[in-house]
Design a protein around this ligand. Structure first.
Ligand code: HEC
Ligand code: HEC
Length: 478
């Protein structure tokens, strides 16, 4: 017995020793890559990030949760961007207005058969991206970048030099855009019939008339409320107006910075912060094709893991599309009118990517492993795409043909030397390692309801009794 114990501790010591030696090599290799890309692990430095406890962010949180900004008072920002759901809605494609149960978020949120324009499929054509870390974008918001900083500089969130929005022509400043990209974006969900406006409220009127009408609701007491008091204490007397509404919402969103990841700890020197598998995944992610890597870093670059630029990835085109082709979505080309941008979408950040599924511009993938497999080799992923992963509200009538067109575009771009994205034949183990690496980009707070509680209002009665009281399918409070 005694001998056995000694034996096993010897074996253990040997194993640990071996692992350590192995890890030392991979640590050295990853360290060289980290230095060559000058990574710090923290994309939030040199930025002005509001505290969630600031008066503006607190006001913004109540506005983010109010269905009073929905035309029919049945949809709020949080409907599609809940902190517990990774800052999204956990759906491939969103259901905004006309849901069967207004306050039910995530899986099981269905479009009501009696609501306007019902056809059995999710009304919104793209996947809702995360609001988490929205303050870290400096160049473009939306999948097609239609909110865009004219002179993007690192660390500014578009606050200097003007912003283009759908209210101004491509390349031109929208003088009403507001303080930064986040505020500029917040002016638009309320104008979308499917997301928030509905089909009756202010129908046919301009965006600005609609926005004023929403603010007027709060002042005129069309909805019984105490918003005036709330605004007075933050913005001064008679300050309920649409620019202040979106300013406060923007500050709430910008306070949602979640970057304390195991990867950050690793980059900053804690070699035990991530697993050996994740280290091998990192090596693949940051190494060039020539060096046997996957070159993901070419587009998912920097500490925020995005070049904020547009590329064709031939991600599955599910859903009803944006009115291009037959239920298709031409992505960035819709904005730039440049055929080189056909099927190009903005490179997503990969921070907290584990929490922000489904993935892709239309939510075509419902597992992280599947989307990683696609990015490694779109040529084999597209013909092998499994429709059964989607929920029944995702329209797939033209998915195969449209996605094949996007893949053909990717290949044309490769031939023309425009796309450096190669298809790599990877082993299952390599894919596993990449997935393990991506999971080190999750801030544990995003998985913890208690840790997220500062971003979820306590008093759900709120200033207008229209605060969305989120439940999930299990009827637990989100
Ligand atoms: C019905 C669901 C829905 C509602 C409600 C909604 N959004 Fe979104 N949101 C989306 C979708 C879908 C997109 C992506 C659209 C696109 O890129 O074309 C998006 C994009 C965004 C983005 C850009 C994220 C990025 O990374 O570029 C932000 C920020 C955002 N929404 C904030 C808001 C705010 C603020 C509100 C309320 C005023 C709101 N959303 C209401 C679904 C919704
Ligand atoms: C040529 C640029 C490019 C390269 C190389 C690249 N990506 Fe991407 N990635 C993108 C773009 C663009 C998208 C969004 C495409 C879409 O939805 O249409 C994306 C989407 C993703 C997503 C989904 C994220 C989300 O929030 O929906 C993941 C995960 C991802 N990439 C991981 C990787 C990995 C891992 C690699 C390396 C194997 C890689 N990417 C290589 C540009 C790139």
């Amino acid at each position: 017995m005694h001998v056995k114990v000694i034996m096993s501790s010897l074996v253990l010591a040997l194993l640990v020793g071996c692992g350590h030696d192995g890890d030392k090599n991979i640590d050295d290799e990853v360290s060289v890559l980290i230095s060559s890309y000058a990574l710090t692990g923290d994309p939030s430095t040199n930025r002005t990030i509001p505290s969630i406890n600031s008066p503006k962010a607190q006001l913004g949180m109540k506005l983010f949760y109010t269905k009073g900004l929905g035309g029919d008072k049945d949809s709020a920002c949080v409907t599609c961007h809940h902190p517990v759901l990774g800052g999204g809605d956990n759906l491939s494609l969103s259901v905004g207005v006309g849901a069967v149960i207004e306050d039910l978020l995530g899986e099981g949120r269905l479009h009501d058969a009696s609501s306007a324009h019902y056809d059995g499929f999710a009304p919104v054509p793209r996947n809702a991206p995360s609001t988490l870390n929205i303050a870290l974008w400096d160049s473009v918001l939306f999948w097609d970048g239609r909110v865009q900083s004219i002179t993007p500089n690192a660390g500014e969130n578009g606050s200097v030099g003007g912003i283009r929005t759908p209210d101004s022509a491509f390349g031109f400043v929208d003088l009403s855009a507001g303080a930064n990209l986040t505020v500029a974006q917040a002016r638009f969900p309320v104008t979308s019939p499917e997301e928030m406006k509905g089909f009756v409220f202010e129908a046919g009127n301009s965006n600005d008339v609609l926005r004023t009408a929403l603010a007027t609701r709060f002042v005129s007491q069309t909805i019984t409320n105490t918003w005036q008091n709330e605004f007075d204490s933050v913005y001064g007397t008679n300050s309920v107006n649409f620019p202040n509404i979106v300013d406060a919402i923007g500050e709430y969103e910008r306070s949602q910075v979640f970057v304390n990841t195991p990867w950050k700890a690793y980059v900053q020197g804690d070699t035990s912060a991530i697993s050996t598998e994740a280290k091998h995944g990192a090596k693949l992610f940051f190494s060039s094709y020539e060096a046997g890597g996957m070159n993901c870093v070419m587009c998912h670059s920097g500490d925020f893991f995005t070049d904020e630029s547009f590329h064709v990835a031939a991600m599955p085109q599910v859903g009803r599309g944006k009115g291009d082709g037959v239920e298709d979505d031409f992505g960035r080309m819709r904005e730039s009118s440049d055929s080189v941008d056909k099927y190009a979408f903005r490179t997503p950040t990969l921070l907290n990517v584990e929490m922000t599924g489904p993935w892709g511009h239309a939510g075509g993938y419902t597992s992280l492993r599947a989307v990683v497999t696609h990015m490694v080799n779109p040529d084999t992923a597209v013909p092998g795409y499994d429709l059964s992963q989607l929920d029944s509200m995702v329209k797939t009538t033209n998915t195969a043909s449209n996605t094949a067109l996007a893949l053909a575009q990717l290949n044309a771009n490769r031939t023309a030397g425009i796309s450096p994205h190669q298809s790599v034949i990877a082993t299952d183990g390599q894919i596993d390692n990449l997935v393990e690496f991506l999971k080190t980009l999750t801030d544990p707070c995003t998985k913890d309801r208690n840790c997220l509680s500062p971003w979820i209002p306590d008093n759900l009665s709120g200033p207008d009794s229209l605060q969305l009281n989120a439940v999930d399918q299990a009827s637990s409070l989100l």
